[in-house]
Design a protein around this ligand. Structure first.
Ligand SMILES: [Zn+2]
Length: 219
């Protein structure tokens, strides 16, 4: 079992990068947020345990999250157990749990990649996001502008900013992320092998750099 961990702030493009890198190296993109929602929806044992926390808006406990991750991993055929983890671990306590689990399963972490961008870049990306009120298509005032200002190309619906994306909230989200991940980053720095990738560059450049890092880590 080979595992790549990809860390990145809101606005770093982590989800898209994970999908593209997974395709490029033939790994499974394992988004723990998605798996958690699926488990809750399907009503599996671990999903039923997680449900009350989600309904209260609380964080799902680490022991539940590691089971979600482990079940997703072991549900694949052994020869397909190569994963890019997106959204886990978020804390050093979760990182320890993951390490133990991988040791038990005979797995290993081949790379830990941190997508980095200056805070100003992240703020601009997040605060510039616009969403179609009708169909949910996303735009960006600078990077992906609609043909007509304030109007969805696909359906003509009104483009709005999510309350989460206003600048004050964005600053706060980034501060929370930084506080939460500081010790996690230290954890992987101490363990050796944390690679920093500049995520202020075009997607294709980032994807090929990360692919090279993973290939080097596996061999
Ligand atoms: Zn639309």
């Amino acid at each position: 079992m080979d595992v790549v961990i990809l860390l990145g702030a809101p606005g770093s493009g982590k989800g898209t990068v994970c999908t593209r890198v997974a395709e490029a190296v033939g790994y499974r993109h394992l988004s723990t947020g998605d798996r958690l929602r699926e488990a809750v929806k399907a009503g599996t044992a671990v999903g039923r345990e997680a449900r009350p926390y989600i309904e209260r808006g609380d964080l799902v406990p680490d022991e539940v999250m590691i089971r979600i991750v482990a079940e997703a991993m072991t549900s694949e055929a052994p020869e397909l157990r190569r994963f890019i983890l997106d959204g886990f671990p978020r804390t050093d306590a979760q990182a320890l749990l993951l390490q133990q689990r991988l040791r038990d399963e005979g797995g290993r972490i081949c790379a830990v990649i941190l997508l980095e961008a200056p805070r100003d870049v992240l703020i601009e990306r997040l605060a510039g996001r616009r969403v179609c009120r009708d169909c949910g298509a996303t735009y960006h005032v600078v990077n992906i502008p609609p043909k007509h200002e304030g109007q969805c190309d696909a359906c003509g619906g009104e483009l709005v900013q999510r309350p989460d994306d206003n600048e004050a909230t964005v600053r706060n989200r980034l501060e929370v992320y930084e506080r939460q991940t500081a010790s996690l980053i230290e954890f992987y720095e101490r363990a050796g092998g944390l690679r920093r990738v500049d995520s202020a560059r075009p997607l294709d450049v980032m994807v090929s750099e990360i692919r090279d890092l993973i290939v080097a880590g596996v061999s």
